[in-house]
Structure formats: structure tokens, C-alpha cells
Design a protein around this ligand. Structure first.
Ligand SMILES: *[C@@H]1O[C@H](CO)[C@@H](O)[C@H](O)[C@H]1NC(C)=O
Ligand SMILES: *[C@@H]1O[C@H](CO)[C@@H](O)[C@H](O)[C@H]1NC(C)=O
Ligand SMILES: *[C@@H]1O[C@H](CO)[C@@H](O)[C@H](O)[C@H]1NC(C)=O
Ligand SMILES: *[C@@H]1O[C@H](CO)[C@@H](O)[C@H](O)[C@H]1NC(C)=O
Ligand SMILES: *[C@@H]1O[C@H](CO)[C@@H](O)[C@H](O)[C@H]1NC(C)=O
Ligand SMILES: *[C@@H]1O[C@H](CO)[C@@H](O)[C@H](O)[C@H]1NC(C)=O
Length: 253
């Protein structure tokens, strides 16, 4: 009985789909304008679709004695808003950085380090600072300079008073999850699978200090573990109390 009903349902579904496809096809073909006639309206282009997650790149800076002094591994996505001149319209552009097209450079000084990434007409500069009293470093500045064909002037977004990627000298800073770094009102940087070490590099990344987002991930297992420990304690206590009581009971008899 059941298989027959299923078959009937499938058959009617197939017929329905075929009818639907035919109807859509008919509507579409009826709407196609005669070939050779260009559409008259020219509306401004819609903001392009958001690209998928960016590819992870590996960027190194070497010092004057050819030793690696800054290490970075990360996927980068730029989120820029600017006014496109042909239409005088604000455009929100989300661009992925392509590691294979990037030229990287930089410099390392005792208490500051920079990483400069250039792809086509876009240059992104990271500035790191080290506090030699506290032995803590952080990302203190980000600058994006970009030239787009539909923008007259070169766009520059800069903030030199940031406080991101705080780490301890000799350690690397790691953030596996996507993180949005707000730079200016019109520019933010999305980072993916990030690990950086701007100071105290000896060959490879030092022990990683995870960002708070990754630490949040650890919070749930910690809570579950603590709850389990409390539960076990209660069971043990209940058992001990129960044993004591029954023991006392035997004694009175
Ligand atoms: C950067 O350095 C790391 C570790 O020293 C190395 O594995 C990697 O290949 C280097 N990447 C580049 C692009 O030089
Ligand atoms: C370059 O970096 C290496 C490793 O961190 C360090 O030992 C060396 O002194 C640095 N050289 C200069 C000129 O800063
Ligand atoms: C880009 O920035 C805009 C404005 O801040 C925000 O609404 C949008 O979600 C961002 N997009 C991405 C992919 O980060
Ligand atoms: C780079 O900028 C110049 C001048 O604004 C422009 O003519 C050129 O098309 C741009 N190149 C790319 C790849 O965007
Ligand atoms: C460096 O760290 C010390 C101790 O935390 C702090 O008192 C000092 O203001 C910091 N210096 C800078 C330039 O941030
Ligand atoms: C730079 O970043 C700081 C901290 O995020 C913020 O308070 C400040 O408004 C930013 N400056 C500019 C020019 O956007």
C-alpha cells in the first residue's frame, strides 16, 4: 500500500516539476528582447556580491642580517566604503587579498615593526609596537591605500591608535576565527586563521597566545567539566552520608 502511494506522489511531483519548468521556460523566452537591441536604461552597478573566505597567506619580514624578524599567517578581507564618482553613489566593497598576487615587505626595529602587503593598486600596512617595559606588543596602526578605476583620488584610510593583537614578547598571537578589526568609519579588516609574531622571532612562531574569541570556545568545555565535577562530588557525598546512616542504623539494632 505505502509504496504505491509514494510512487503516485513521486509521479505527480515529477509532472508538477515538468509543468513548472515548461511554464518558466515559456515566460523567459517570451521576455527575451529581440537580439541586437541594447537595453536603454543604464543603472549604476549593484554592489558586487561578498566573496567567500579569503585564502590564507604566509608573509615574512627579514632584517638586515637576513634573519626572519616578523612572521604572519592569515587570510585577509577588506571592507571599504567609498563614493564612486560616475554615479556619485556610496559603494560598499568587500575584497579578498590574494596571497599569490601579494608582494610583501617590511621592517623590524627594536620597538616597532611593519608589514606591508601590496596587491595591484592596493597597499595594506600593519604597524606593530612593543612596550619594552611590560614586554607586550600590539597592532597599533593600520593603513590602507587604494586606487580604483572609478574613483578620482587615491583612497587612504589610516588609524595609528589601534590596540589589536595584544601579545607577549617571544610568543605569537593567534586567532583562528574570523575577526573584524574596525579601522576607520569607512574601512574595516576581516582576518581569518591568523597567527602573527612581530617581535622576538627565533626561526619559527613562539608558543601561541589565543585571542579572546578562541578562549570563548574553551569556556563551554570548562563549564561542562566544572558541572560534572560538582555532580561527582554530590554523588560521593550522598554515598558517604548514606553509608554513615545505615552504619548508625545497624549499631542501634
Ligand atoms: C616564512 O617563514 C616560515 C617559518 O620560518 C616558513 O615556513 C615559510 O615558508 C616562510 N614563508 C615565506 C613566504 O617566506
Ligand atoms: C636580525 O634578527 C636576528 C633574529 O631575531 C637577530 O639575532 C639579529 O641581531 C638581527 N639583526 C639586526 C641587524 O637587527
Ligand atoms: C562591511 O561593512 C559594512 C558596514 O560596516 C557591514 O554592514 C557589512 O556587514 C560588512 N561586510 C563584511 C563582509 O564584513
Ligand atoms: C590602478 O590605478 C590606475 C590609476 O587610478 C588605474 O588606471 C588602473 O586601472 C588601476 N589598476 C587596477 C588593476 O585596478
Ligand atoms: C608600557 O607598559 C608600562 C607598564 O604596563 C606602562 O606603565 C607604560 O605606560 C607603557 N608604555 C607605553 C608607551 O605604552
Ligand atoms: C581609531 O581607532 C580607535 C580605536 O578603535 C577609535 O576610537 C578611533 O575613532 C579611530 N580613529 C579614526 C580616525 O577612525
Amino acid at each position: 500500500m505505502i509504496p504505491v502511494i509514494r510512487e503516485q506522489n513521486m509521479l505527480s511531483a515529477t509532472i508538477f516539476r515538468m509543468l513548472l519548468a515548461l511554464t518558466i521556460h515559456h515566460t523567459l523566452t517570451a521576455d527575451v528582447p529581440p537580439t541586437g537591441v541594447a537595453p536603454e536604461t543604464s543603472s549604476p552597478p549593484a554592489s558586487p556580491a561578498t566573496p567567500g573566505p579569503p585564502e590564507r597567506g604566509s608573509y615574512n619580514v627579514t632584517n638586515s642580517s637576513d634573519a626572519v624578524c616578523l612572521l604572519a599567517r592569515m587570510g585577509l578581507q577588506l571592507n571599504i566604503s567609498f563614493i564612486s564618482s560616475p554615479y556619485d553613489k556610496t559603494v560598499q566593497e568587500v575584497l579578498n587579498v590574494h596571497p599569490n598576487l601579494v608582494k610583501s615587505s617590511g621592517s623590524c626595529d627594536p620597538d616597532s615593526a611593519t608589514l606591508m602587503l601590496t596587491e595591484d593598486n592596493i597597499t595594506l600596512t600593519f604597524s606593530f609596537s612593543l612596550n619594552s617595559t611590560s614586554n607586550k606588543y600590539h597592532l597599533s596602526g593600520l593603513e590602507l591605500s587604494a586606487a580604483f578605476p572609478d574613483v578620482a583620488k587615491r583612497l587612504v584610510f589610516r588609524n595609528t591608535s589601534l590596540n589589536y593583537m595584544v601579545g607577549t614578547l617571544g610568543h605569537s598571537y593567534m586567532c583562528q576565527k574570523e575577526k573584524t578589526l574596525s579601522v576607520t568609519q569607512d574601512f574595516s579588516l576581516n582576518t581569518f586563521q591568523l597567527q602573527v609574531q612581530p617581535f622576538g622571532v627565533s626561526g619559527d612562531f613562539g608558543a601561541a597566545e589565543e585571542c579572546d574569541l578562541d578562549e570563548d570556545d574553551m569556556l563551554i568545555p570548562i563549564i561542562v567539566g566544572a558541572a560534572l565535577a560538582v555532580l561527582v562530588l554530590i554523588v560521593i557525598l550522598a554515598y558517604l552520608i548514606g553509608r554513615k546512616r545505615s552504619h548508625a542504623g545497624y549499631q542501634t539494632i
